[in-house]
Design a protein around this ligand. Structure first.
Ligand code: UT7
Length: 328
């Protein structure tokens, strides 16, 4: 097991107050609470209002993380934001967040790895600490998926929610922090889960809103199969690196996309469901905000204790997937 170089000094999250329930979707679309709960595990999701931008939600989560770490925004030397839904195409969400925080001493940039993005950002952050480039980093996942969700498409509309989570990452004392990590991608499968329009190949147009190509498209069943396979593999890789088995994991915090994917991953890794934290029922899929939102909620519920071994595992568009093992 490697000696950790990066550890969490603070964690914070933000969830919009507005909630869309399955009953709301029953009024909007040809769907049912039963179908949504049985096929996904979702009951409701938080939806951001106009003032709850990606940067604003990130700021709220970041201020809580900084407060816990006992740091001021000006103490930060780096800000990494993972998002698939930046407030504007240019500049990065991280620069918008930097301005809102007044974190004038930081280098700020975004990471694009969809639902796996927070794990990508944490491992990039770990490398920046290990190289000596940075000492105090903010690593954020902030998403406003409602802005790119097609609310006329029942196969995707019911899945997504909004929110943000942030961690302050600093040098480890050598006992706690990131003890293993694995990242992987397969860009050949990009068009199974993507947004066809709105980028530089197909700039926004009226036609795009009519044919709905501005919004997320997903081949659900294919994505489901890949997610199960890839999250199982990612869990194996982190456990192998650390030289432990799933039985030795105290808590698994998976990406919250679908309860059935989570159950399959846990079963593969031999982690009983009592040791898997789930909040997909109340948040839906919040992409790269999902793991920090779940980790923080687990912590506030008293489920995270010093010395625990925690497995984070994610899968998302790209395809991208990955895992991190933490000693808390
Ligand atoms: O964040 C990381 C990436 N995302 C994921 O990991 C999501 C992966 N995929 C999934 O979670 C699942 O594939 C879904 C929840 C999206 C769909 O569940 P499924 O069991 O794979 O259903 P399906 O797409 O195979 O559709 C089954 C049926 C279809 O009807 P027919 O063709 O059998 O008559 C759909 O039209 O369910 C229908 N359906 C719905 N029915 C009621 C699809 N969406 C809905 C809906 N309400 N909201």
């Amino acid at each position: 097991m490697k000696r950790p170089v990066a550890a969490f000094a603070g964690l914070g999250t933000y969830s919009p107050g507005k909630i869309l329930t399955n009953a709301d979707f029953e009024r909007m679309l040809d769907t049912s609470d039963t179908w949504i709960r049985e096929r996904t595990g979702i009951r409701e999701r938080h939806i951001a209002g106009p003032d709850e931008t990606v940067a604003v939600m990130a700021r709220e989560a970041s201020l809580l993380a900084l407060q816990e770490a006992g740091l001021a925004p000006t103490d930060l030397d780096g800000i990494i934001v993972s998002t698939a839904t930046p407030d504007r195409p240019l500049p990065s969400a991280a620069c918008d967040l930097q301005a809102l925080l007044g974190a004038t001493n930081a280098a700020a940039f975004d990471i694009g790895a969809a639902c796996s993005g927070w794990l990508y950002a944490l491992l990039v952050g770990e490398s920046l600490l290990a190289s000596g480039f940075a000492k105090r980093l903010l690593v954020v996942g902030s998403e406003k998926l409602s802005a790119i969700t097609d609310y006329t498409d029942r196969s995707t509309a019911v899945l997504f929610g909004d929110g943000a989570g942030a961690a302050v990452l600093t040098a480890s004392d050598g006992t706690r922090g990131i003890i293993a990590g694995h990242l992987k991608s397969d860009g050949r499968l990009a068009e199974l889960l993507y947004r066809p329009g709105g980028g530089s190949v197909a700039p926004p147009s009226e036609q795009m809103l009519k044919d709905r190509s501005y919004f997320i498209k997903m081949a659900g069943r294919e994505v489901f199969k890949s997610a199960v396979r890839s999250m199982a593999d990612a869990a194996d890789r982190a456990l192998e690196q650390a030289g432990i088995t799933g039985e030795q994991v105290d808590l698994m915090i998976p990406h919250q996309a679908n309860i059935r994917i989570i159950e399959a991953t846990a079963e593969h890794a031999h982690i009983p469901m009592e040791r898997v934290f789930i909040n997909v029922d109340r948040f839906g899929n919040t992409s790269s905000a999902s793991i920090p939102l779940a980790l923080d909620e687990a912590r506030r519920a008293g489920l995270v204790k010093p010395g625990m071994t925690i497995l984070l595992v994610a899968f998302g568009a790209g395809f991208t997937w990955g895992s991190i093992l933490l000693r808390w």
